[in-house]
Design a protein around this ligand. Structure first.
Ligand code: NDP
Ligand code: OXD
Length: 308
């Protein structure tokens, strides 16, 4: 019963060290050192190999080493193979930090001050109370909920949008396509924390930007293909949208000539909003292995039909 890791090799070495310490009896291997392919029951990967079932015919579970599973091609993976996303707490902490700094950057006018600095202008702008700034988060899952709880502590006027109805203390919760426009119309800073699925691909385009109030800003920490990038540039260039902070783009890395690189009201980071921490990831995987062997549902097991 081998667990095979297939992602960044340096991180693989860290996973191997934690496995050796916490579960010395569990055979753990790092790709491409697969050993006996028939013994591989568990795969922890960012991207499984092509033809995964032909390579590992006895596979029982595919663990994503990230929170998202959209990078998996599951077309050849039969339904009895469970697919599990990463839910370790380090991903949540990293995302809360990143989105909080992005919201504060916009809230405290740092795009405007950067423009003033380029012109050597020393001019104050009024400081707005956080309670007058309306933040809206698309996606009320593990990450969206944690982000909103922290933003509430700063006093922001918070709302969220999801597929099913949620209740979060101090957060105006919207659900379903029919309530999207009302959610957008009350949002000054929009944060995307949706998974990428057939239903969310391309969701954030002209209509979404036009429905936001003039002067709104956008933070994308979900996936690049959630956004129609031409529509985003149009919304920025028309002045309707004030600024965008993008941790994810389509494609990644962003090509050298892409207008986002030099746009004065776009800030880019290379998909680093948060990252899985090997030590706590190994704890989560070990707990899920125990659950799987006991016939229990694993934490983070995705619904294949829903896509997340
Ligand atoms: P979850 O699965 O916990 O939550 C997803 C949320 O999105 C749920 O609230 C779900 O609604 C909502 N949702 C899904 N589809 C729709 C839809 N069609 N309409 C409305 N709401 C929808 O995911 P996480 O919070 O763990 O992660 C979210 C995403 O963040 C990941 O999939 C990944 O793409 C991205 N990510 C990015 C990272 C980065 O570094 N940039 C790092 C980690 C993650 P409901 O609650 O009703 O099911
Ligand atoms: C993830 C990511 O999904 O890193 O965890 O984007």
């Amino acid at each position: 019963m081998t667990i095979l890791y297939k992602a960044d090799p340096e991180r693989g070495r860290q996973w191997a060290a934690h496995f050796a310490q916490k579960a010395p009896g569990v055979p753990f291997r790092v790709w491409p050192d697969i050993g006996d392919a028939n013994a591989v029951r568990y795969l922890a990967a960012w991207q499984p190999p092509a033809d995964v079932m032909r390579t590992f015919p006895n596979l029982e579970v595919i663990f994503s080493v990230g929170a998202g599973i959209d990078q998996f091609d599951l077309s050849g993976v039969p339904p009895h193979v469970a697919v599990v996303r990463m839910t370790e707490p380090g991903i949540v902490e990293g995302m809360v930090e990143y989105v909080t700094q992005a919201v504060l950057t916009i809230h405290r006018d740092l795009f405007d001050y950067a423009a003033q600095q380029r012109e050597r202008v020393w001019r104050e702008m009024p400081v707005r109370a956080a309670s007058t700034r309306r933040v809206g988060v698309l996606g009320l899952g593990m990450l969206g909920t944690a982000v909103l709880k922290t933003l509430r502590l700063f006093g922001f006027d918070c709302a969220g949008w999801s597929r099913s109805r949620h209740e979060i203390d101090g957060v105006e919760c919207h659900a379903g396509a029919e309530s999207l426009d009302a959610f957008l119309a009350r949002t000054d800073i929009l944060v995307c924390l949706l998974p990428l699925t057939d239903a969310t691909r391309g969701l954030i385009g002209k209509h979404v930007f036009e429905t936001l109030p003039k002067g709104a800003s956008f933070i994308n920490v979900g996936r690049g293909p959630h956004v129609n990038q031409h529509d985003l540039l149009d919304a920025l260039d028309s002045g309707h949208l004030h600024a965008a902070i993008l941790d994810v783009t389509e494609p990644e890395p962003l090509p050298a000539g892409h207008p986002f690189w030099t746009h004065p009201r776009v800030r880019l980071t290379p998909h680093i909003a948060s990252a899985t921490r090997p030590e706590s990831a190994v704890d989560v995987v070990l707990d899920n292995l125990r659950r799987h062997r006991a016939g229990e549902r694993m934490i983070g097991e995705i619904d294949r039909a829903r896509g997340y």
